[in-house]
Design a protein around this ligand. Sequence first.
Ligand code: NCD
Length: 293
Amino acid sequence: MRHLIDIEDLTDREVELVLDLTSRMQIRPASYMMRGKVVANLFYEPSTRTAASFHIAATRLGAAVYSVQDVVFSSIAKGETLEDTIRVIGGYVDAIVLRHPDGDAAERASFVSPVPVINAGCGTAQHPTQALLDLYTIRTRCGLDHPLNVGFMGDLRNSRTVHSLSRLLRRYQGIRQYFFSLPGLGMPEAEPCGITDENDKLIEDAIGDLDVLYVTRVQKERMPVGNWGAAPAKVTLDLLRRAKKNLVVMHPLPRTEELPVEVDADPRAAYFEQAQNGLYVRMAVLHMAMRAG
Ligand code: NCD
């Protein structure tokens, strides 16, 4: 692994290595594996968890971090191209973490970068480190060595986390995927569902069969104003009463009204643990990218 742009950049073996290294990072979340290194965190789009966890992951590995979160204060605001910024910053640091509104930004960056580029979510296309932390959470909660039914609910069209995770889960033969999208917000055609099922059922009818329920918010910022569709489907306590006792409720966060706070007290709610796993996964990914880079 050098750059991590698309979840498909990782072989099955590399995915296993990331997950195993992640559990080692979880046991010992401080080390000096990256002492003397510098990581650039370039965020051209808002972020809380991803930016913070990459920053803290690098710091816990002993590296220093250069962060650009507010592009208004950088030359990007003067019209500098992404390629020029990456070439220059790449000359100063050992790895670049990039979030950007354009789906092809991380790939474009990788063409010109002298150091490894890690995609921290670009456009609606891909968010590979989120997929890895989601997979790690599923492995920790359920195991991956037996059949699982995973349901995705909400805005599936614009959710890069769903696109990356769905692709990753297709590698596991026992995992069946079900999609419960809001009207007009189904999986894009560019994300063929492969061996998985495109499901017409309502979530209320299918909930009892699911082992994992992955909920997403409506990504209003990716839609024309006023075209936000119907009110989001919600995870309610009533819905959870019909679910398995060991269902795992996941959400990449931030949440809006689709996941009310009443659900937090339910032991099946895994989203804060999921967010915490992001730190360990990003430590593993940074370490692997720097070793290869
Ligand atoms: C997600 C993202 O940015 O795609 N957030 C995250 O990285 N945890 C999901 C979202 O913004 O809804």
